[in-house]
Design a protein around this ligand. Structure first.
Ligand SMILES: [Zn+2]
Length: 160
């Protein structure tokens, strides 16, 4: 069991954060961007990057090859749809995709848009963690958060 502090300050115990999110037990601060039959997309504003999306399966599996055929089809279709919305609505030119199978949460893919400020941390996979930490530690303020929430609204609307 994991202790997680949610947006309103309460602490909840969950076995798997992805299960808690996809089942609606905890609401991502920022809201659900898109829900399909097998997947759930949201942004955690704890990482205030415009257009950063976490795409999680609804079923508790950890590895890509554990997805069923319908889940695989839904996964790539949904990810491509979100990607297009990032481009059309937010003008995002490039996205990094990251997921790891040895996670304590279940299957979820980070879709991390690239912005110019991120290149100070490198240009490839090694920059992903520093970029996310920089966003969490230095952009969590009244200038960035409303812009992030606005991007979430725009993406959600485009994906309706
Ligand atoms: Zn789970």
């Amino acid at each position: 069991m994991k202790q997680i502090t949610i947006a309103d300050g309460r602490t909840v115990e969950v076995e798997c954060l992805s299960c808690a999110l996809t089942r609606g037990l905890i609401k991502p601060d920022g809201g659900v961007v898109l829900e399909t039959e097998y997947f759930h997309a949201h942004q955690d504003v704890a990482y205030p990057v415009r257009g950063l999306i976490i795409l999680a399966s609804k079923r508790h599996v950890t590895c890509l090859d554990e997805l069923t055929e319908p889940e695989r089809a839904d996964y790539i279709h949904t990810m491509a749809k979100i990607r297009q919305a990032q481009r059309d609505v937010l003008g995002i030119e490039h996205v990094y995709y990251f997921y790891n199978e040895d996670t304590t949460h279940h299957f979820h893919t980070w879709m991390v848009p690239r912005y110019d400020w991120m290149y100070q941390f490198g240009r490839s996979v090694e920059s992903v963690r520093p970029v996310l930490l920089h966003a969490r530690n230095h952009m969590n303020d009244k200038d960035h958060i409303p812009r992030v929430r606005d991007a979430i609204k725009q993406l959600s609307a485009a994906l309706r």
